[in-house]
Design a protein around this ligand. Structure first.
Ligand code: HEM
Length: 144
């Protein structure tokens, strides 16, 4: 499970936590910062319990819904999900970005997918056997 085995870095919300080939890391050096998976975040999608992800950070905006100048509807549409794109599309002011800090509750877990050497072993052995059998067959065929 070394760093060198990491082949493909992908974020996923597809219940990947139980996959052996997934290593969870939190992109922060602070131990006291809480990390949340997509699974944990997406259940907070109600008007009295609303979390959002913006730029891999998690915000509990339950108390902000009614105050939002853009209305609570747009926030509820993104509840429990990644709102980065819609947040950026609106072109929020610096003030709005600063407001985010007070709702910050933690970081999004980033999943690193890597392909372990064992996953290459079986196809490599199969390819080698097929190659040997093919050469043997060709040799037999020529000499007969
Ligand atoms: C916690 C996250 C958010 C905060 C703190 C926030 C804050 C604000 C603030 C302060 C404004 C006033 C204009 C400005 O200063 O830019 C605003 C406007 C607006 N926001 Fe948000 N916002 C958030 C998330 C979102 C999201 C996810 C959407 C999704 C579509 C959204 C949609 C809008 C819209 C449409 C307006 C424009 C309202 C208007 O001009 O009439 N906001 N927001």
């Amino acid at each position: 499970m070394g760093e060198e085995n990491k082949e493909n870095l992908t974020k996923s919300g597809s219940g990947a936590a139980n996959n052996d080939n997934v290593e969870q890391t939190c992109e922060t050096v602070d131990d006291d910062v809480k990390c949340y998976t997509f699974e944990e975040i997406r259940v907070h999608n109600m008007s009295n319990d609303t979390w959002l992800i913006i730029h891999d950070k998690v915000y509990d905006i339950s108390s902000f819904l009614e105050e939002h100048p853009g209305g609570e509807e747009v926030l509820l549409e993104q509840a429990g999900a990644d709102a980065t794109e819609s947040f950026e599309d609106v072109g929020h002011s610096t003030d709005a970005r600063e407001m985010l800090q007070q709702y910050y509750i933690g970081e999004l877990h980033v999943y690193f997918y890597y392909i372990s050497w064992t996953m290459w072993l079986l196809p490599a052995v199969v390819a080698a056997v097929v190659g040997i059998v093919y050469r043997y067959y060709m040799f037999e065929h020529k000499s007969s």
